[in-house]
Design a protein around this ligand. Structure first.
Ligand code: KG4
Ligand code: ZN
Length: 337
C-alpha cells in the first residue's frame, strides 16, 4: 500500500512516499526566500508552495521509483499552520485524489511530529513521552498508543523555537534563529550570562519563554554595538543554555512523575545538538531509552505526514472532499479530521 504524503504548513514544501509503513522517499524544498525578511511571510510562503509543489511530488515519486497510478491514498497536512500555505497542499491533494480516484486524508501536523521517531525506529514501543519542540509548539505528550495521547505540558506564551527565532533577531543573527544561535554559541561560554529558568506557578510542568527573551533584550540594550559584537557568542551560548535547561528541567519532572522509560524528542528544535546531548545524558541518570529522529525528520517534512497517514488509512479513515484546513487545528478529535 503506497501513501503519498504532502506537507505545506509553513515554509517547507515536502512530498514523501511510504510503502506499508516503510519510507521510500522524502523530498523537501526549504524556502530560503524568507531569510531576507527575518521571518516567514505567509503570502510569500503560499506562492512558493504553489510554484514548486508539483515538482516536489514528481521528485518524490521518482525517488521512490513508483508511478503516480500506484498511489493508494494521499495524506496531507491540514493544520495547524498558515492558512494560505495549508490551502495549497490540501487543494493539490484533493485534485490529485479525484483524478486518481483514491481517498485522501487530512493529517494533524503535530501528530506527524509525534510519529517522526517511527521513521527510523519502527521498533519504538508504547507508552513513550515525546518532547515536541517546534517553532509554534512546546509540549510534552504521553503517547499511550496510536490515537491515544495525553498532554502533560505546554507553553504559556512563546514556543522554544520562537524563543530561538526572537532571540536571534535581538542578537542581529539570521533566520531561522535556532541554527544561527547554535552556530554562534559554539565559540561562546554558556555561563557568562545568567538568564532565568522560567517557572509557571500554576503548573510545574508548563513552559514560559517570553521572560527569557525580555531578559536578553534588556541585557543587549545596556550594551553599545561594539560590546554587543564582542559578547555575541557568550550571549548566544548563555541564551541557548537557558532554553535547553528549561526543556530538560520539565522533561526530568515528566520522567519522574510518569515513570515512563522511553523518551522521544521531535520538532525543529530537536535538531539542536546541545539539546540532543543533554537529553542523551538523561539515559544514564534515569536508566531510560532516548530516541531522536535524524535531523531531516526533526524539521518539517512529508515523511512524518505519510507515515501518520498510513496508520490512519489502515484504520479505514478517509477525509471528505469538504475538508477545510484549520490553522489552529488541535490534537483533540484526531480521527476523521
Ligand atoms: O518543526 P519546525 O521545522 O516547524 C514548525 O512546525 O514550527 O520547527 C522550526 C523551528 C524554528 O523556530 C527554528 O528556529 C527551530 O525549529 N530550529 C532550531 C534548530 N533548527 C531549527 N532550534 C534550535 N536549534 C536548531 N539547530
Ligand atoms: Zn513542524
Amino acid at each position: 500500500m503506497n501513501i503519498l504524503g504532502i506537507e505545506t504548513s509553513c515554509d517547507e514544501t515536502s512530498a514523501s512516499v511510504v510503502n506499508n509503513g516503510q519510507l521510500l522517499s522524502n523530498e523537501v524544498f526549504s524556502q530560503t526566500i524568507h531569510n531576507e525578511y527575518g521571518g516567514v511571510v505567509p503570502e510569500v510562503a503560499s506562492r512558493e508552495h504553489e510554484a514548486v509543489l508539483s515538482i516536489i511530488v514528481k521528485l518524490a515519486l521518482k525517488s521512490a521509483d513508483i508511478n503516480v497510478k500506484d498511489i493508494d491514498c494521499i495524506s496531507v497536512t491540514n493544520g495547524p499552520g498558515l492558512m494560505g500555505a495549508l490551502l495549497v497542499g490540501v487543494n493539490y491533494a484533493k485534485g490529485l485524489a479525484i483524478s486518481l480516484d483514491v481517498p485522501f486524508l487530512g493529517i494533524n501536523h503535530m501528530e506527524g511530529h509525534l510519529f517522526a521517531n517511527f521513521i527510523n525506529n519502527p521498533e519504538l514501543k508504547y507508552p513513550f513521552i515525546c518532547l515536541l519542540v517546534s517553532g509554534g509548539h512546546t509540549q510534552i505528550w504521553k503517547v499511550n498508543s496510536f490515537d491515544n495521547y495525553s498532554l502533560l505540558a505546554t507553553t504559556r506564551d512563546d514556543a522554544a523555537g520562537e524563543a530561538f527565532d526572537k532571540g536571534a533577531r535581538i542578537l542581529g543573527l539570521g533566520y531561522p534563529g535556532g541554527p544561527e544561535i547554535e552556530k554562534s554559541a559554539v565559540s561562546g561560554d554558556d555561563k557568562s550570562y545568567k538568564f532565568p529558568i522560567p517557572i509557571v506557578k500554576s503548573s510545574h510542568l508548563d513552559f514560559s519563554f517570553s521572560g527569557l527573551k525580555t531578559a536578553l533584550l534588556y541585557t543587549c540594550n545596556k550594551m553599545n554595538k561594539i560590546q554587543l559584537n564582542n559578547e555575541i557568542h557568550n550571549l548566544a551560548a548563555s541564551y541557548q543554555s537557558a532554553i535547553i535547561n528549561t526543556l530538560i528541567d520539565r522533561l526530568e519532572k515528566a520522567i519522574e512523575e510518569t515513570g515512563i522509560s522511553i523518551i522521544t524528542i521531535s520538532g525543529g528544535v530537536a535538531a539542536n545538538k546541545s539539546l540532543r546531548k543533554n537529553v542523551i545524558n538523561l539515559e544514564q541518570k534515569y536508566n531510560i531509552n532516548v530516541y531522536f529522529p535524524p535531523m531531516e525528520y526533526c524539521t518539517d517534512n512529508a515523511a512524518m505526514i505519510a507515515l501518520t497517514g498510513y496508520n490512519r488509512f489502515k484504520q479505514n479513515e478517509k477525509s471528505l472532499m469538504e475538508l477545510v484546513p484549520n490553522p489552529n487545528l488541535s490534537m483533540e478529535n484526531l480521527s476523521n479530521v
